[in-house]
Design a protein around this ligand. Structure first.
Ligand SMILES: *[C@@H]1O[C@H](CO)[C@@H](O)[C@H](O)[C@H]1NC(C)=O
Ligand SMILES: *[C@@H]1O[C@H](CO)[C@@H](O)[C@H](O)[C@H]1NC(C)=O
Ligand SMILES: *[C@@H]1O[C@H](CO)[C@@H](O)[C@H](O)[C@H]1NC(C)=O
Length: 311
């Protein structure tokens, strides 16, 4: 009855819609903002447009699907992306935004924090803590399905993200807010050494890259992030309390992956047929280590500039 009345009320009194909707959300605990997840599209996008990242593709689709199937999750979904620059971390985080909220990163419910922009001065960390806590709480009150993306974690003042602890755990209560439906994504290059080492050993042993398992990397990444004072997670309670659902490794890319990036970007520019440019850009990257030249040092990051040069 209440629901029917509410819906009628919403239609009749559109000007007070927003206010009423907020009230309705608080009472019914079922507000979904413009949340319109499309898991099939997310999976398709991940498999079609992310190159060389079988672990990230599998983990992100599985974890997101599992999380969204549960109508009342007991804790939020917290993913931490790790790997060298140009391997696809930012790409995957924006795909997540795109397929959960049709309007992509411009959605008012997808929040991105960039330390150099939002938290530039390490000595103001206490003030930043208050701000961040207030923002997250305010955003969750407006929309329980909010998505929070923390970019460049290695530049985040140490200790800052610990202020999120009450929102990430299962047992804490944040009054009046269902904070357990939120999704958090952390992005950093921390752990790239350990990830790249495992990838290199795998390659030198002549194994397929798809044979690399998450279990080989998960704990090592967590420890590295915890031990390293420039990871944003230095001695973090989020790691101590195991509040991160999954550490997601992004592997270094080899020449064939770079060339797929080049081809896809060329096609977007309407120059699909230019195999000469694909070849030229692929051959113009730096690959390490010197014997073997297995992995690109810049991933797909330098691709657009090089395309412009060779096109
Ligand atoms: C939501 O977060 C943004 C920062 O991304 C902040 O500017 C805004 O004030 C927050 N909204 C509320 C209602 O707290
Ligand atoms: C992290 O530090 C702990 C304690 O000092 C140590 O036992 C562990 O091996 C370190 N792990 C890494 C990956 O550096
Ligand atoms: C911490 O991480 C940075 C960047 O990955 C690295 O250069 C540095 O050697 C690491 N420090 C320690 C103590 O492991």
């Amino acid at each position: 009855m209440w629901t029917v009345l509410s819906v009628l009320f919403l239609f009749v009194y559109t000007p007070v819609c927003a206010v009423f909707q907020k009230l309705y959300c608080t009472i019914s605990d079922s507000c979904e903002c413009d949340f319109s997840p499309n898991i099939r599209d997310l999976e398709w996008d991940l498999y079609k447009n992310v190159y060389g990242q079988h672990l990230a593709q599998d983990i992100v689709s599985e974890e997101v699907a599992r999380f969204l199937q549960n109508k009342s999750p007991d804790r939020p979904l917290v993913l931490s992306f790790h790997g060298s620059s140009g391997t696809g971390k930012t790409l995957v985080s924006s795909m997540l935004g795109n397929h959960l909220y049709g309007s992509a990163m411009s959605s008012p419910y997808v929040h991105q924090f960039v330390p150099t922009l939002h938290f530039p001065l390490p000595h103001r960390v206490n003030k930043y803590k208050e701000e961040l806590k207030g923002w997250v709480q305010g955003n969750l009150t407006e929309c329980a399905r909010s998505v929070f993306i923390f970019d460049e974690m290695e530049k985040m003042p140490p200790g800052l993200v610990d202020v999120l602890e009450p929102f990430l755990g299962p047992s804490h209560v944040v009054f009046g807010t269902n904070y357990r439906k939120a999704i958090y994504v952390f992005i950093s290059s921390t752990g790239e050494e350990v990830i790249n080492k495992v990838a290199l050993e795998n390659r030198q042993a002549g194994r397929d890259r798809e044979e690399i398992k998450l279990s080989e990397l998960q704990e090592a990444i967590a420890q590295t992030a915890y031990n390293n004072s420039t990871s944003g997670f230095f001695q973090s309670r989020l790691i101590q309390q195991k509040l991160i659902t999954c550490f997601v490794p992004f592997l270094p890319l080899s020449r064939r992956h770079i060339e797929r990036c080049v081809r896809s970007q060329l096609c977007q520019q309407g120059s699909c047929g230019r195999s000469d440019v694909v070849e030229a850009v692929g051959g113009n990257m730096i690959y390490t280590p010197v014997p073997g030249q297995y992995f690109s040092t810049t991933g797909c990051k330098a691709v657009p500039a090089k395309i412009n040069f060779f096109l």
